[in-house]
Design a protein around this ligand. Structure first.
Ligand code: HEC
Length: 261
């Protein structure tokens, strides 16, 4: 169990959730046997790829944050083409191959393309905001970019897959990021377990149909200007800081591959 971050973490609901946790664990065990190992591997790879591309996109927003926040410059030159070139380069550098390769499955190709298209569309849509002169902080940050990309991705390929960034319930800022029952359960009982290997995702086939995957994300030093301490102090975005510390679980990338067992 992680140590309390702020008084809100000590809410009375917690002991009840702990009591219920073993029950839920039994439910998980009662699920049908997992799909054959090979299929399973392909699904995990698909999930990891979606997460990796989302992370590359966020990293590019982050790398350009000072430029975006510069009040003295109008046109930032961060066009959709420039942005996407940087995403491709960032993905290649981190993962050793481009997002689209010849050996992708049809599903992987379709989802990757949809994610790339969503990123391009979001950056195109945000040009006016990005290029606003005379305004420093504009609210265009990696988390907002990711949410907009995931929403658009869901609009185009939501019958096949969904990607969402969520967080432990007491850390959630945007209501649409609230964890659903499955996500909350995994965060609490799996990521919160004393023996959870840092960074290890949790995945399973749920209700015999959807493949679900949750990948934990931890605060790094760069997150703490907004999510760090002192808890309750308002950050640059107008939200009260969570009082988080470096290395603490800050959220999770949640992936659903529908009917893909
Ligand atoms: C400039 C301030 C700022 C920084 C720096 C920042 N965040 Fe956030 N973060 C926000 C805001 C604002 C939101 C809500 C975005 C939205 O409207 O969807 C958010 C949302 C999130 C979410 C989604 C869940 C939610 O609460 O809505 C996660 C997870 C998250 N941040 C983790 C991180 C991590 C990890 C880092 C560092 C790598 C980081 N943040 C850096 C401001 C920040």
């Amino acid at each position: 169990m992680t140590k309390p971050r702020s008084p809100r973490r000590l809410a009375p609901a917690r002991p009840l959730r702990l009591l219920l946790a073993p029950l839920a664990a039994v439910t998980l065990l009662a699920l049908p046997l997992p799909a054959p190992a090979q299929d399973h591997d392909a699904l995990v790879t698909t999930g990891n790829r979606l997460a990796a591309l989302l992370r590359a996109g966020r990293a590019v927003v982050s790398a350009n944050q000072d430029r975006i926040n510069d009040a003295t410059v109008g046109d930032k030159g961060l066009t959709p083409d420039v942005f996407m070139d940087q995403v491709m380069a960032a993905y290649l550098e981190t993962n050793g191959e481009p997002p689209l390769t010849d050996d992708l499955t049809d599903l992987q190709r379709r989802l990757t393309q949809a994610q790339l298209d969503a990123m391009r569309a979001v950056v195109a849509e945000q040009q006016q905001v990005i290029n606003m002169e005379g305004m420093g902080f504009k609210g265009f940050i990696p988390a907002v970019f990711a949410r907009l990309v995931n929403e658009r991705f869901g609009e185009t390929v939501g019958d096949l897959a969904n990607v969402k960034v969520t967080a432990p319930p007491d850390l959630v800022r945007n209501r649409t990021a609230r964890p659903d029952a499955w996500e909350a359960e995994v965060i609490e009982t799996r990521f919160g377990a004393a023996d959870h290997e840092k960074g290890a995702p949790w995945f399973e086939v749920v209700d015999g149909a959807d493949f679900r995957m949750l990948i934990p994300e931890y605060y790094s030093a760069s997150c703490l200007s907004c999510h760090g301490g002192p808890a309750g102090e308002v950050d640059v975005t107008g939200f009260p800081k969570e009082g988080g510390t470096e290395g603490e679980l800050g959220g999770a990338i949640s992936i659903i591959l529908h009917d893909a067992q």
